[in-house]
Ligand binder design. Structure first.
Ligand SMILES: CC(C)(COP(=O)(O)OP(=O)(O)OC[C@H]1O[C@@H](n2cnc3c(N)ncnc32)[C@H](O)[C@@H]1OP(=O)(O)O)[C@@H](O)C(=O)NCCC(=O)NCCS
Length: 150
């Protein structure tokens, strides 16, 4: 895989527009409300610690991002409850290792905080995404998500 000079840094409130724009490129419908809620948590979280990073090109363009949360219980950090909620790389920069770099840096941060497991949800039918997570050493957990259609 091509080695590139992407810089990984913590996400900040000024990244909002870039994040919404990149997300819009990979989805049919934009979801600014979802990111509004996530960015509010970036600045004012009480019972969870947002762990969100962006990948930047050499000239400062946001090429991708990863967002997750670390839930902090009454007794401090709960090792069971770190989640990877969203990872998106701008199609212009996909397949250059940005996704892998984001995951590796995300894990490094969480490891430093004592986390041992990171959970994420993937659509059973999304083979490409399952392949991506599998290549990044995510395995199926022993908890299954049940649904009742009503
Ligand atoms: C999944 C994704 C984050 C990977 O980012 P990336 O920078 O291209 O990843 P890397 O370069 O580190 O790895 C490339 C691998 O990702 C896989 N990949 C590439 N594009 C993909 C896509 N649109 N969807 C899923 N997986 C993809 C490729 O199969 C490739 O695997 P290979 O090396 O065996 O060929 C990126 O493709 C993306 O943003 N997809 C759309 C958004 C999405 O579905 N996000 C996850 C749910 S929140």
């Amino acid at each position: 895989m091509e080695e590139t000079a992407f810089k990984i840094r913590l996400m900040n409130p000024d990244d909002f527009d870039a994040v919404v724009k990149i997300d819009q490129k990979v989805r049919t419908a934009p979801r600014p409300e979802y990111y509004q809620m996530k960015f509010e948590k970036l600045v004012q979280s009480k019972d969870n610690l947002p762990i969100s990073l962006v990948a930047e090109t050499e000239n400062g363009t946001v090429a991708g991002f990863i967002m997750g949360e670390l839930y902090i219980g009454q007794y401090g950090i709960s090792q069971e409850k770190a989640t990877l909620d969203t990872i998106v790389v701008d199609p212009d920069y996909q397949n250059k290792g940005v996704g892998e770099q984001l995951i590796n840096e995300f894990i490094k941060h969480l490891k430093r905080l004592g986390v041992e497991n990171i959970n994420t949800l993937v659509d059973w039918n999304d083979y490409r995404l399952i392949h991506f997570f599998s290549a990044n050493r995510f395995i199926p957990s022993r908890i299954i998500n049940l649904v009742r259609h009503i």
